[in-house]
Design a protein around this ligand. Structure first.
Ligand SMILES: NC(=O)c1ccc[n+]([C@@H]2O[C@H](COP(=O)([O-])OP(=O)(O)OC[C@H]3O[C@@H](n4cnc5c(N)ncnc54)[C@H](OP(=O)(O)O)[C@@H]3O)[C@@H](O)[C@H]2O)c1
Length: 317
């Protein structure tokens, strides 16, 4: 099968031919229609190269954690799925590289992070959902916001941010989107109430003036610890400040009555099914940044590393 993988730890991702995997007991073989691109894809490869992961890595290390496709074959004992079912999800993570989704076929456990794809989306768009959509939905659960409250969202125009914006707005949370140049019109279409540009520096004074009472929650997808702390100053007493990149200092925040969270998503089939239901109910859709063929995935990964993500990139397999 065709796949995009790194041949050895120091290698660059490239298109190669690899054997089609075979499903074992309790596993399904999926013919991948599309893989979703996430920063996690290159972060996992980088961590494996630097020996920073406790998890074993195998080479060629196939990129990718998100997919949508159709069930192509069943391993012994599988009952939840049938051949031809349209599904989306994430395969096993370990060993890193063995179950990458930038490939024509992938193996997933039937009781793993696998669910029926949303009925209202074409399969290539469903591939954009798992990591970003589950992260967005679970972070909003963790933030515990209710209708009428205000969420400050930093990095709002990227993959995760575009889902947070839509899901929060659909539940009548007021979203204040901080972006680097993605404007009011574009963010407003996703449901943001206010959009602030961070290109010429940290817009903390501007935000304090606009929200003198503070905001109820901060979700920050982009800031280092110093910038995160500056944004967190805007969170009102009793609020919550969430980072997806480990930038929160929960002890320091607790001293000011703010709950600090370094969020790590825990995907599950149940959450995936809930995400599909949110999409089918029209509360979120995929803000597509780009669709690229498998052969162009290495370039798309390079663009993700360099930033400039607007919505999600989908790799058509
Ligand atoms: N902990 C977890 O469980 C978890 C789960 C999912 C994702 N993540 C992490 O969360 C981060 C975001 O993921 P993603 O998929 O949304 O990434 P993405 O699609 O690359 O989007 C990141 C967005 O943040 C913007 N940004 C960067 N610096 C900014 C700044 N100073 N101010 C405002 N916006 C800024 C980027 O704008 P530009 O285009 O201008 O660069 C881009 O729009 C990644 O680091 C990812 O690895 C963690």
């Amino acid at each position: 099968m065709r796949a995009v993988a790194v041949a050895k730890p120091a290698g660059e991702p490239q298109l190669m031919r690899l054997p089609v995997p075979e499903p074992g007991p309790g596993e399904v073989l999926i013919k991948v229609v599309a893989a979703g691109l996430n920063p996690l894809d290159w972060k996992l490869a980088d961590r494996a190269r630097r020996g920073e992961t406790a998890d074993e890595a195998v080479y060629p290390l196939i990129y990718g954690v998100d997919f949508a496709g159709k069930v192509a074959a069943l391993g012994p004992g599988v009952t939840r799925f049938a051949e031809g079912d349209p599904v989306f999800g994430q395969p096993k993570r370990v060993p890193v590289g063995a179950y990458g989704t930038y490939a024509e076929y992938v193996i997933a456990a039937e009781d793993g992070v696998l669910a029926a794809a949303p009925e209202s989306l074409p399969l290539p768009l469903a591939a954009a959902l798992p990591t970003a959509g589950l992260t967005a939905m679970s972070m909003l659960d963790a933030a515990g916001l209710v209708a009428g409250q205000t969420l400050l969202l930093v990095g709002a125009a990227g993959g995760v941010g575009s889902f947070v914006t839509q899901l929060a707005a659909a539940h009548d949370v007021r979203v204040v989107a901080v972006t680097r140049g993605v404007g009011e019109h574009e963010m407003g279409e996703l449901g943001a109430a206010d959009t602030v540009d961070a290109r010429s520096g940290l817009p903390v004074d501007e935000l304090r003036e606009a929200y003198p009472e503070g905001v109820d929650a901060l979700i920050d997808l982009a800031s280092d610890p110093e910038r995160f702390a500056a944004y967190a100053e805007l969170v009102a007493d009793g609020g919550v400040a969430v980072s997806t990149i480990g930038a929160a200092d929960p002890d320091a925040l607790a001293r000011r009555g703010v709950e600090g969270v370094n969020f790590v998503v825990s995907p599950s089939a149940e959450l995936l099914a809930r995400l599909a239901a949110e999409v089918d109910a029209g509360r979120a859709t995929v803000r597509l940044g780009a669709q690229v063929p498998l052969a162009d995935a290495p370039d798309a990964v390079a663009r993700s590393r360099a930033g400039k993500a607007r919505g999600k990139t989908v790799i058509l397999v």
